[in-house]
Design a protein around this ligand. Structure first.
Ligand code: CMC
Length: 391
């Protein structure tokens, strides 16, 4: 290929150096700043993980309090943004609303868009992490025709989000601790994941010097697709379509058929050629949430059975296709009360810290260059223009 390496889909190109997240796909290992995802999911909080990703170390008690109250100070949205929401159709997909609103933040927070100034970068990072729950909850409220709720900064990051989503002004909202914990854990599991498509998009957008709000909006747009963050929505829709375990073999056969575009959603990964460690935590969290809410969902049985049958099928064994983070998350989110259209929004909310940390890492790198891939040209060779009356 001459002077270029031809690598469609970037399967073997490292585009940057990063000290944030390590994945060993063969072993099914995911570390954030060296800490295993399982330990973080079981023992830390999303605020701690945000601090860790942004600063490189786990916070002390004092540092965590200070960081949490900084984030808390930025939870409100400019009031004018409520008008912005009202311009959308009520049936708009909340991801469409999120792309628009986050992109519009740069029109509201000019005072933190000078990317050469570390203080601006810090404030815009905090603003993005803090405002995302408010933006996501407002997208939901708008779709169900309920009034927007202002943040309540006496609550935790995650408790506040649950209240803004499911609370109504007429009633007191009580955060259920087990649900708050499960939600917080889901946020941790999605916080960062190396150079995935949306993170690479954020880096590419940021490499031109674009402001962080615009870069994160680009990341949200990329995340939306069903091969990436949209897979959680697609996975639950697939489980609903399959319905009962007796229908599973038919869908497994379809997934194996190269003439059928159907794939098992929530299965397979570019990097993991083993069980996604996030899926393990997700699966145990399903049980915890069911117990706390005293609910059951027959789709969980369908999912477990589907996993079992797929993992024993030569096609999936040979191609090393395992459940990924999106396979079980939808069952939990649905039990908590989220419609499927909100699933990818929650992924975006949680991934914001990863995007922001990666963007900061890139901008702070003195060797940083604009991202500018080359191509292999396959069009016509040079030819002369033919006037219209001669064609
Ligand atoms: N069902 C059936 N076959 C599959 C699946 C699947 N879910 N995933 C991959 N394959 C097959 C694929 O057909 C291909 O076969 P062959 O080599 O014979 O052509 C082989 O496995 C390799 O797949 P690929 O598409 O070349 O691999 P990739 O690294 O480009 O794609 C993926 C990775 C995640 C896009 C893909 O596995 C997929 O589409 N999975 C379903 C969607 C999904 O769950 N996405 C969420 C990913 S994790 C969260 C996130 O990143 O947002």
């Amino acid at each position: 290929t001459g002077q270029f390496t031809f690598d469609p889909g970037f399967t073997s190109t490292a585009a940057c150096e990063s000290a944030l997240t390590y994945i060993d796909g063969d072993e099914g290992v995911l570390l954030h700043r060296g800490y295993p995802i399982g330990q973080l999911a079981e023992q830390s909080s999303f605020m701690e993980v945000c601090y860790l990703l942004l600063n490189g170390e786990l916070p002390s008690g004092g540092e965590l309090d200070e960081f949490s109250s900084t984030i808390t100070r930025h939870t409100m949205l400019h009031e004018q943004l409520a008008t912005f929401y009202r311009g959308f159709r009520r049936d708009a997909h909340p991801m469409a609303i999120m792309c628009g609103v986050v992109g519009a933040l740069s029109a509201f927070y000019h005072d933190s868009t000078d990317i050469a100034d570390p203080e601006h970068r810090k404030i815009s990072s905090h603003r993005l992490i803090a405002k995302m729950p408010t933006i996501a909850a407002m997208a939901y409220k708008y779709s169900v025709g309920q009034p927007f709720l202002y943040p309540d900064n006496n609550l935790s990051y995650t408790g506040n989000f649950l209240r803004m989503t499911f609370g109504v002004p007429a009633e007191e909202y009580e955060v259920i601790p087990a649900v708050e914990k499960a939600m917080d854990r889901i946020f941790i599991l999605h916080a960062d994941h190396e150079q995935n498509a949306s993170t690479s998009t954020v880096r590419l957008a940021g490499s031109s010097g674009a402001n962080p709000f615009a870069c994160i909006a680009a990341g949200i747009a990329c995340l939306w697709g069903p091969a990436h963050g949209g897979a959680n929505e697609a996975a639950l829709n697939m489980l609903k379509e399959i319905g009962t375990p007796d229908k599973i073999p038919h869908y497994i056969e379809r997934a194996k058929d190269k003439n059928d575009p159907f794939r098992l959603m929530g299965f397979g990964h570019r990097v993991y050629k083993n069980y996604d460690p996030r899926a393990t935590v997700m699966q145990s969290t399903v049980r915890e949430v069911f117990e706390a809410l005293k609910v059951d969902d027959p789709l969980f049985e369908t999912a477990l059975r589907l996993e079992e049958l797929a993992l024993n099928d030569p096609y999936f064994i040979e191609k090393k296709l395992f459940p990924n983070v999106d396979f079980y998350s939808g069952i939990i989110l649905s039990a908590i009360g989220f419609p499927t259209t909100m699933f990818t929004v929650l992924f975006a909310l949680a991934r914001t810290v990863g995007w922001v940390a990666q963007w900061n890492e890139m901008i702070s790198d003195p060797g940083q260059k604009i991202g500018r891939p080359r191509q292999l040209y396959t069009g016509p060779t040079q030819r002369d223009y033919v006037p219209l009356d001669k064609r």
